[in-house]
Design a protein around this ligand. Structure first.
Ligand code: IMP
Ligand code: ZN
Length: 341
């Protein structure tokens, strides 16, 4: 039985640092986009509420990635749907009490909209700017993702875009995508270029056994990333190494990992329990893909309280520690220190 929450987690000002833009689009928003296109005779796709029934959050690594490549990317494929969905994502985070969000997205050309990758990033930023004017309590930044299937050249292109759009709020690069694909050593040069330009770096780390070989983990650790996402299949020696990296951020995504069966067992078996008290690294609970896994950030905190029995002060202390690992700069850190409980 769910115990009474000791805090109003929706009102609690929160920080979200690991949220994929397209995976954060609510099913209702996808449905709105579909309905409009269907009415205009612009799509043959099935209704998103049929493809992704509202109660179904159990996507695993086999069904999750094709959902994007064979469905959502065909629906959100023009300037209007990109603008509408991006604003809707920012608004949903704001209404859940998120005070600061770093969205991440993989630059993709949209030939239908006449947008190349730079046009895509610019359109996302424009929609984020508009949404923040409507939700002034929330500040948003953007991280550009390299997909594991990208070539070396494509990865450098992502870094070039991140540099180009820094003045509009791009703060970092990420490495994401299907963990069974690609060889991370392909991206060493791109990560080095990003760091040399003063961009921050966050990396999906050991989220599946296929992406947790000694070679892969040691390559990623040698990049000295600022933050790591997931951190699931980590051998003891690498855990010790992470523990000595004072100030490294760990973006932990509980519902995603449980629903996608990326961990063995349920919430109480999640490695959040292992990391949250460790002194050097800073744990930040995140949603990953709230549109797919259906658990808003306020609910992630409620799950943490329920399964790990944190006291009120421990929850508020942990939430505030997250400020130290945001990529949004000192002024934003100061603002968050003032408004967070
Ligand atoms: P986008 O980058 O805004 O298009 O967001 C969707 C993309 O994020 C997917 O196609 C994946 O490449 C990536 N993604 C979302 N969740 C995960 C995850 O848990 N692991 C790795 N990649 C992910
Ligand atoms: Zn992710």
């Amino acid at each position: 039985m769910m115990q009474e929450p000791i805090l109003d987690f929706r009102s609690m000002p929160k920080i979200e640092l690991h949220a994929h833009l397209t995976g954060s689009i609510s099913r209702q928003c996808l449905h709105d986009i579909w309905e409009k296109k269907k009415g205009a005779g612009e799509t043959d796709l099935e209704d998103p509420l049929v493809v992704m029934p509202p109660g179904n959050h159990n996507y695993d690594l086999k069904t999750f990635f094709p959902l994007f490549s064979s469905y959502i990317y065909h629906l959100v494929n023009d300037a209007d749907s990109l603008d509408y969905s991006t604003r809707s994502v920012v608004r949903d985070f704001a209404r859940d009490g998120v005070a600061y969000v770093e969205l991440r997205t993989t630059p993709r050309a949209m030939p239908n909209a006449g947008l190349d990758k730079a046009g895509y990033v610019s359109a996302v930023l424009r929609a984020m700017e508009a949404a923040q004017r409507e939700e002034p309590a929330l500040r948003a930044r953007l991280i550009l993702s390299i997909d594991r299937r990208n070539s070396r050249e494509e990865a450098h292109e992502v870094v070039a875009l991140a540099k180009k759009f820094r003045s509009r709020g791009v703060v970092a690069i990420d490495l994401c995508g299907d963990p069974t694909k690609g060889d991370v050593s392909t991206f060493t040069g791109a990560v080095q270029e990003a760091k040399a330009a003063g961009l921050k770096v966050t990396i999906h780390f050991a989220e599946a056994e296929a992406s947790a070989s000694d070679a892969e983990l040691s390559t990623i650790m040698s990049w000295m990333p600022d933050r790591l996402g997931h951190v699931i299949h980590v051998p003891a020696a690498v855990k010790r190494q992470i523990a000595t990296r004072t100030g490294i951020g760990l973006e932990l995504c509980l519902s995603c990992n449980v629903h996608a069966k990326m961990i063995v067992g349920s919430f109480e078996a999640h490695h959040f329990g292992e990391w949250w008290r460790v002194e050097g690294p800073i744990v930040v609970p995140c949603t990953d893909d709230v549109g797919v896994f259906g658990s808003p950030l306020s609910n992630e905190w409620a799950l943490i309280q329920q399964h790990f029995k944190l006291e009120r002060d421990e929850i508020l202390g942990l939430a505030k520690r997250g400020i130290e690992v945001i990529f949004g700069g000192d002024d934003e850190k100061e603002r968050l220190r003032e408004i967070m409980w």
